[in-house]
Design a binder for this molecule. Structure first.
Ligand SMILES: [Zn+2]
Length: 163
């Protein structure tokens, strides 16, 4: 049976995600081709996703999150995703394309809410989805190529089905 992973998007006020962007995010998630169907839901969601300014993220989570997005990897449902709106609109320059960065970041943060942790990359290979690629220094240190797709260096994306 197809598993439904229910995402509630912030729909007004701080963190609001407009309809067009919601559709785009769901498409990016469903194009990962894993056996989970990511859907929008207003009731009993597994996670809640918002797009927040960097200013809000720093105030809420602290200065070490400046310039980054964040998500809960554990704890009660629904788990929170704080996508950095400044990066969404103006991606880090080590990503060659806007949509490549957007795909990477929404997939990376949602996989955190499914319990996935960070992994390391390998030189000259596409960076794993679960490498924190927003941080250019991390990409440089791992000497991998910015990437939005699942790689063999990621843990099995199918291994978390506890939702
Ligand atoms: Zn991360």
């Amino acid at each position: 049976m197809q598993k439904l992973y229910k995402i509630q998007f912030k729909d007004k006020g701080v963190g609001a995600v407009n309809k067009k962007t919601r559709r785009l995010m769901l498409r990016y998630l469903n194009e990962m081709n894993i056996s989970i169907n990511f859907v929008e839901a207003t009731e009993s969601p597994h996670c809640v996703l918002g797009l927040y300014t960097n200013y809000y993220i720093v105030n809420k989570l602290g200065p070490k999150f400046s310039g980054l997005s964040a998500a809960d990897t554990q704890g009660p449902r629904p788990r929170q995703v704080y996508l950095n709106k400044d990066n969404w609109e103006s991606p880090p320059s080590h990503f060659s394309r806007v949509d490549e960065y957007r795909k990477y970041v929404v997939r990376h943060e949602i996989m955190h809410t499914l319990g996935h942790l960070h992994v390391k990359g390998k030189p000259q290979k596409p960076c794993p989805l679960m490498l924190p690629q927003t941080n250019e220094a991390v990409v440089y240190k791992n000497r991998c190529i910015p990437n939005s797709k699942y790689t063999e260096d990621d843990d099995d994306l199918e291994s978390y089905k506890d939702f």
